[in-house]
Design a protein around this ligand. Structure first.
Ligand code: SF4
Length: 694
């Protein structure tokens, strides 16, 4: 893909990796991409980038790209390459036949946080209008679904409150369960700049992350909590804030529901939430908890940033509510420099949620159970909308094994590698009568598929991504799709073959429809995006150019709602057989299951997944750096190389999940968040022992 010549033109587009959403100039020579140059006009990145966005784009023309549709009658037969027409008709016939034999609700679809807003919108519309049910879910289920639930419950909107630039006005920055220098590098640079200007940092993380090594920053506090004890920690911090009079009484009295606040205050002051009591649960000294709570509670501007180390727990939603409670109690909402900010992992995870991918919500987070909402969508789409929420991804797997769920359309997600408890997922996938995979590569999930529909990369399509600060950025096509179709065209063809008419000629028309139906998008159009460069939703009559800071004068639900956050210990506990806790994360040079980064032709991208463990745990087991080690959990076992690291605390080990062979998700269990079923990837009780070879 990299032509050595000089570019003759460029096209501005958006990075397809993390939720920072950096803008790039794709510099072209004819139809060849010469290089990706970070664009100075990008509102999210201001001309900066990280190695992935700048250099890891070679996967787009990798030899492994799927270039033609393929079908097979069963998964033990070889693939047969067919025309688009035959593949689409085969798929439509299979779906209708399954629905005739097993009922309307026996089929469903999964949208992708890697695809554009417009593509995601069309997949959930296909499920609701052509399949006739609400069995649509998104890969956000396994990452930030607790953010959606927790922030909507407390603040009234399922999104972060700030712009990335807002951090430059923060005095105290709290980072919980996130590792921005590896996972959100361009935002991390801005955060570090602010720390070097003297802002203070509080990190709550089982590992000693690199951010803590920022030179010349203000006060730095590390709260190395045990995995699974986030809620205990946030309750203890809130206990200090309330008991020491650090609340913002004016904010609470003007902006928050008084009865919910009274109940929360009474609960949080209970002795069981004190730092001394929570020290025994979290492993964090009570003095450190007090110091951190005072620092945040007394800050002029205190901002909280969090990642999957918050959400991927059995109490993920409770923790998001706890974070919002603390921000409201201290008045750290509704202006620059403060707020509650989820750091989204994938490029369009915010957008996939905004677009109605969840089984209970239509686009714009409108519940399917509300008759007026359904009436509006029914009028626009010309079909009745099912009032019952559909199946979530884990429910789809269970129903497939039970025999009531028979066909699944998966766009741009490798569920066989990325979802927890691989054995369970594979059992579900082999139980399906028809699995349709739309992807750019033959991924792990495709091994169980009956239909393969080639996907298009971000370089081959028009559309929009929405980043972690609610910023809608344009994605512009710089080359023709290798298989001849953009993803949205494939979904549209399938809808038409199923007898539900779709006739969009460009993604801008899809966005126009979204703007008619989602109240937070009513002012969004491609024309406005051209004029403004990007738009942060809500964008409507009240905020025609978008909304950089949310909740300035009021919350969408009127008054902010404190929620009770009782700490409940996870079922995933250590014992003599499984004495260590495993937690997982991402490294800078890789991205999720590595489908793209592993296919970029540069040794930088060839890191292997390793197991990090503390010297004490290694010595106890006779393990040296580089040894092969077997890791066993209640769900399964795998083998990795060991890395000895002081960044870990004794009793806690860490790995990544970028390579299919590493088996990280063979070990993770079925435990999930009580409210959203987000898997508890961050807590798995394991044993580790030295082995001779993998
Ligand atoms: Fe892409 Fe994220 Fe890196 Fe920006 S920080 S270039 S969006 S991976």
């Amino acid at each position: 893909i990299i032509d050595e010549g000089q570019p003759d033109h460029s096209v501005v587009t958006t990075c397809a990796y993390c939720g920072v959403g950096c803008s790039f100039e794709a510099e072209m020579k004819g139809d060849k991409l010469v290089r990706m140059t970070p664009w100075k006009g990008g509102d999210a990145n201001h001309g900066h980038s990280c190695v992935k966005g700048r250099f890891a784009f070679g996967y787009a023309t990798h030899k492994d790209r799927l270039r033609e549709p393929m079908i097979r009658d069963s998964i033990d037969l070889p693939w047969r390459a067919v025309s688009w027409e035959e593949a689409i008709q085969f798929t439509a016939d299979r779906i209708r036949d399954i629905q005739t034999r097993h009922g309307r609700d026996s089929v469903g679809g999964i949208t992708s946080s890697r695809c554009t807003n417009e593509e995601t919108y069309l997949v959930q519309k296909l499920v609701r209008a052509a399949f006739g049910n609400n069995n649509t879910d998104t890969c956000a289920r396994v990452c930030h679904s607790p953010t959606g639930y927790g922030l909507k419950t407390t603040l009234g909107e399922s999104a972060g409150t700030q712009t990335f630039d807002s951090v430059m006005k923060s005095d105290v920055i709290v980072v919980i369960g996130a590792n921005p220098t590896d996972a959100h590098p361009v935002f991390a640079s801005r955060l570090r700049k602010r720390l070097r200007q003297g802002a203070s940092l509080i990190v709550a993380d089982p590992r000693h992350i690199d951010l803590l090594k920022t030179p010349h920053m203000g006060e730095g506090i590390h709260l190395p909590l045990r995995p699974g004890t986030n809620v205990a920690l946030i309750n203890a911090m809130a206990h200090v804030v309330v008991s020491e009079g650090l609340e913002d009484e004016d904010f609470v009295s003007r902006r928050c529901d008084p009865e919910a606040y009274r109940q929360w205050r009474e609960f949080i002051l209970l002795e069981k939430n004190s730092p001394e009591h929570m020290e025994t649960i979290t492993g964090v000294p009570a003095d450190s908890i007090r110091q951190a709570a005072r620092l945040y509670g007394e800050a002029g501007n205190g901002a909280i940033y969090y990642g999957l180390g918050v959400t991927e727990h059995s109490q993920g939603s409770t923790m998001v509510i706890g974070i919002a409670n603390l921000a409201m109690a201290t008045g750290n909402i509704g202006r620059e420099g403060v707020g509650v900010n989820p750091l989204r992992g994938q490029n369009n995870v915010q957008g996939s949620c905004d677009m109605g991918s969840f089984p209970h919500e239509l686009p714009g987070y409108q519940h399917v159970g509300v008759p007026e909402v359904r009436a509006r969508f029914s009028a626009a789409w010309g079909v009745d909308i099912d009032p019952e929420p559909g199946l979530r991804i884990p429910n789809m797997f269970d129903a497939a094994i039970d025999g009531s769920f028979k066909a699944l359309y998966v766009q741009g997600e490798d569920i066989a590698q990325s979802d927890p408890n691989t054995q369970h997922v594979e059992q579900a996938l082999t139980s399906l009568e028809c699995l349709i995979v739309q992807d750019i590569f033959l991924n792990e999930t495709a091994k169980f598929a009956h239909v393969l529909l080639p996907g298009s990369t971000f370089l081959e399509k028009n559309g929009t991504f929405t980043n972690a600060e609610r910023r809608i950025n344009r994605v512009r096509k710089v080359m023709a799709p290798v298989a001849g179709k953009e993803d949205w065209e494939v979904t549209q063809d399938l809808a038409n073959a199923l007898g539900y008419p779709m006739h969009y000629s460009h993604p801008s028309e899809i966005m126009d429809e979204i703007a008619q139906l989602a109240p937070t998008f009513t002012g969004v159009s491609y024309d406005k995006l051209e004029r403004l460069g990007s738009i942060q939703w809500p964008c409507n009559e009240a905020h025609p150019d978008g909304t950089p800071t949310m909740h300035e004068d009021s919350f969408p639900i009127g008054l902010g709602r404190f929620g009770l956050t009782e700490f409940v210990e996870t079922e995933e506990r250590t014992n003599r057989r499984f004495p260590l806790l495993l937690t997982t994360g991402r490294i800078l040079s890789q991205y999720n299951v590595g489908a793209q980064t592993r296919r970029t032709d540069n040794q930088v991208w060839h890191d292997e997944d390793v197991l990090e463990l503390h010297p004490h745990d290694a010595e106890e087991r006779g393990i040296s750096a580089g040894d092969w080690v077997g890791i066993t959990s209640r769900a399964g076992d795998t083998v990795l190389r060991a890395r000895i690291s002081e960044r870990m605390q004794p009793g806690v080990i860490y790995t990544t999940f970028h390579h299919p062979g590493s088996g990280a998700n063979v070990i993770t269990t079925d435990n999930s968040d009580w409210a959203t079923n987000c898997p508890e990837y961050k807590v798995t009780a394991v044993q580790v022992e030295k082995v001779t070879e993998p």
